[in-house]
Ligand binder design. Structure first.
Ligand SMILES: NC(=O)C1=CN([C@@H]2O[C@H](COP(=O)(O)OP(=O)(O)OC[C@H]3O[C@@H](n4cnc5c(N)ncnc54)[C@H](OP(=O)(O)O)[C@@H]3O)[C@@H](O)[C@H]2O)C=CC1
Ligand SMILES: O=C(O)CCC(=O)C(=O)O
Length: 526
């Protein structure tokens, strides 16, 4: 399929005229054809106008029809075949198996949302029947369901060009909720974005939906993103990227006459707690497992284990020796963009230049453009507590090992951490008491707590939480992965004494949709 450099505004392919840009193959540094025309306020205006026109019709599509739409998108993405993988490899430097796996995750998550939509529990239908005889006052008939917020702006992430991009989790959950989506494509992978965007556009057409259900914009620089978030027809934002970018979009949303929620996933250093009995039992295996997680995908995961904490002593020395050896043998890897590579190098330089930090190991030397050498640094709990900048995210395969005098000091450090996507404990049975003491802190700090695993690689399922307190995300009450993500784009509406003929199907007597509903607080299928 030919990539033309055009945006997709509803059914129309439109070439922007506000500047032009090309993707760069980070493995060679070469610019890729074609040039993409950047959009501006005119394109934002058109995409948002179409999305608004589409909203009322799209939000009332039947559950089966909306599920079929999500499944059609999944099928259309698979139909793109190898063209999609080849283009994504060229634009991201990520290897084929990783991108094929990511395509599977993208398609799987669309299908999972289709199942969720069909099942209908997300409508959270509640009925409190009228009690005309109640004294001293009668009760009205009160019913509630959830409706979608409105058109959603989605900012695709650079590090998952498929699963967190144009048809990624934010788009899938917003469409599942019944929200039209306007994507601001990431400038690192516009060709991949255009291919996936066309798969979505074809599904919109073949499912007979209004064209404004989906648009894909490109732009040069920040103005297009700011204009999109500021458009009054946009009612929520999904974002994965840098802390600076997320904060800027939160500010733009807050400046609006009508502020809107921004669900931004930003920075996280994902602490790993190496508990004493676990270290005593398997320090070497833990050292190797850690390096495998750290270096996966050149460390370009927001779930990357960026700090480790352990009690100083011979077992931590054994862990360190194993990690140093494994990291020393890890090949340099191409990063996603020259900008991300430069940010990694400057983060590593900041750590290696700190008087409080020792460089424990570096990976193998770089042999091409935009390659990064993995890095392991060490410091003490006291030094970490004295220098808050040591917990700033270094996006890539760099981590900091913090030597603590005892498990109480591990807890003290945990208390001082910012909000996290994940917190991991490596533990054995004898660590149970120390972990129990740590858990309340971890619950307050992180969205997901893992035992004896590694945080990279998020399962897409019903119970997943990929979220956490700021700065991991801008709203700790939600998740961006898993079916609960649909909640971000919904709000409850209450219908009091509304005549039966005017009630939405989900709330009608006789339960025509066969939903699980709460009648007078009791769950059931009536
Ligand atoms: N925690 C995480 O999950 C991730 C963190 N990162 C961090 O982000 C850094 C840069 O990576 P990148 O993916 O480019 O993330 P960015 O935050 O720079 O960009 C993400 C998206 O937001 C847009 N954007 C960024 N800043 C603004 C702004 N001020 N106003 C309007 N739009 C904006 C970008 O536009 P444009 O395409 O034009 O740049 C892009 O579409 C990495 O080095 C890393 O530190 C990256 C990926 C994931
Ligand atoms: O680890 C994963 O699978 C997801 C990571 C993620 O959300 C990210 O890097 O943005």
């Amino acid at each position: 399929m030919t990539i033309t450099g055009a945006m997709l505004i509803g059914a129309e392919s439109h070439r922007g005229s506000d500047g032009a840009f090309r993707a760069v193959d980070p493995a060679t540094g070469a610019a890729l054809e074609p040039a993409f025309g950047g959009g501006g306020t005119a394109e934002v205006e058109r995409a948002c106008a179409l999305a608004w026109v589409a909203f009322d019709a799209f939000r009332e599509t039947g559950l089966k029809a909306r599920a079929a739409f999500l499944e059609t998108i999944a099928a259309n993405i698979l139909e793109l075949g190898d063209d999609l993988i080849v283009r994504a490899m060229a634009e991201s430097g990520l290897p084929r198996p990783r991108l094929e796996g990511e395509r599977g995750r993208t398609v799987g998550q669309l299908r999972l949302f289709a199942q969720t939509v069909r099942e209908g529990g997300w409508l959270e239908a509640r009925i409190d029947p009228a009690q005309p005889e109640r004294t001293p006052l009668p009760r009205s008939d009160v019913r509630q369901r959830h409706i979608p917020l409105g058109p959603v702006a989605v900012f695709g992430a650079s590090n998952f060009p498929l699963a967190f991009s144009v048809a990624g989790g934010d788009t899938a959950s917003a469409l599942a909720a019944g929200c039209p989506v306007v994507v601001k494509g990431h400038s690192a992978h516009p060709g991949t974005s255009a291919l996936v965007g066309r798969a979505i556009r074809a599904a919109v057409a073949s499912c007979g939906l209004p064209e404004g259900v989906f648009s894909l914009l490109f732009g040069v620089g920040n103005p297009i993103g700011t204009a999109l978030v500021s458009d009054p027809r946009i009612k929520a934002v999904g974002f994965t990227g840098s802390r600076g970018g997320g904060l800027a979009l939160m500010e733009a949303a807050a400046r609006r006459a009508e502020p809107i929620p921004v669900y931004a996933e930003m920075s996280s250093i994902n602490p790993v707690f190496l508990m004493p009995a676990a270290l005593a039992a398997r320090a070497e295996a833990l050292g190797k497992g850690f390096v495998a997680s750290l270096t996966m995908g050149a460390g370009q995961f927001c779930t990357n284990p960026g700090i480790l904490l352990g009690v100083d002593g011979p077992d931590l020395d054994r862990f360190t020796a194993a990690a140093v050896e494994a990291l020393g043998g890890s090949a340099a890897a191409t990063m996603l963009t020259p900008g991300i590579h430069a940010a990694y190098d400057s983060g590593v330089a900041r750590l290696s230049g700190s008087a409080a930090v020792a460089t424990l190991a570096r990976g193998m030397a770089c042999s091409g453009p935009n390659q990064a050498q993995a890095a392991l640094f060490g410091t003490t709990a006291d030094a970490f507590l004295a220098e808050p900048g040591l917990q700033d995210e270094v996006f890539g395969a760099a981590s900091l090992l913090i030597r603590c005098p005892d498990t109480a000091a591990m807890r003290t450090v945990a208390e001082r951490l910012e909000g996290q996507l994940t917190a991991t404990v490596q533990m054995d049975a004898a660590d149970g008491g120390a972990v129990a003491a740590l858990l309340p802190t971890l619950e307050r700090k992180a969205g997901r707590i893992l035992a004896n695993g590694w945080p990279t690689g998020v399962e897409v399922c019903h119970a997943m939480v990929h979220g956490g307190p700021f700065p991991a995300t801008s709203d700790s009450r939600t998740t961006s992965v898993g079916t609960l993500a649909i909640r971000r784009f919904l709000r409850p509406v209450c219908y009091q004494d509304i005549p039966a003929a005017l009630l939405p199907e989900a709330l009608r007597d006789g339960n025509p949709l066969g939903l699980w509903r709460r009648i007078d607080g009791m769950p059931g299928q009536s």
